[in-house]
Write a protein that binds this ligand. Sequence first.
Ligand SMILES: [Zn+2]
Length: 308
Amino acid sequence: MNIDGRLFTLAYGNLSAIESRPIEIKPFFHYWPGSTALTFSTWSCNFGCVWCQNWRLSKIPPEPRRSQHYSPEEIVDLAVRRSDEGLCSSFQEPTVLTDWNVQLSTLGQRRGLYSCYVSNGYMTLDALKLLRESGMDGLKIDLKGDAETYTKYCGGVDVGKVWRNAREAVSMGFHVELVNLVITDVNDEEECIAGLIERHLKEVGPKTPLHFTRYYPAYRFDNPPTKVEILEKAYETARKMGVLYPYIGNVHGHTYENTYCPNCGTWLIKRLAYRIIRYRITEEKRCPKCGYTIEITGEYVKKRSPHI
Ligand SMILES: [Zn+2]
């Protein structure tokens, strides 16, 4: 808010939800697999997507008078008490909460907690650097589709900045995973998906995981849910074009939720509904069959009963 020429944040420590959640739900499939992150959000967003799957949090402006304020110390203590391995800003756009998250990541790092963002990737490079320097090292970016999708549905957003940030994040040392919510009759044409895969390979390279997730009607959008065949086709195209770790998401029990060795094709991680059922990557982060090195950031955490 601009008050007499000075800018104030209404979101600082003003949290709308706090919950321990499996990292696979973000989805992050190659970052601290099996772990849980204390996940939180504030209110509002810098995009205006009409199909927002979290619109109850993203479409409401922060209201300081009704705010539930939390300090970064309180959240770090809570994560440690709950035996979470990390911290995750999610549910609505975390960029809105950057000032607070920068302090949180640094405190978290001192207590051995990782920090990550589930973001639309639309922030300045200065913000991205600030986050990296604070100790954050996980960034999941949602891709809405091609330039036309962004202009038409997300309020005139420049897709080039999102790709620039994905690329720069990789070079800054973030663990990056990209997610494309495939929406019926919006961004589900073969050409649009192939273009996105091509750009993925060019900007972030074949080792960066690429998830195609299923859309369900939400907020002001009622096109039918994405056809599973379209997601399967996207997965197969990505693999053929050279993406080493493509996935599909939001399709319960699908085999394309598993991780396979890009070299010999053997299965490495079996997943079901955001849980890891079996994990076969060796301690040296290699395929047990052929020895190929698998991109995993952090360690595998075997939890008896993840809080969901
Ligand atoms: Zn292998």
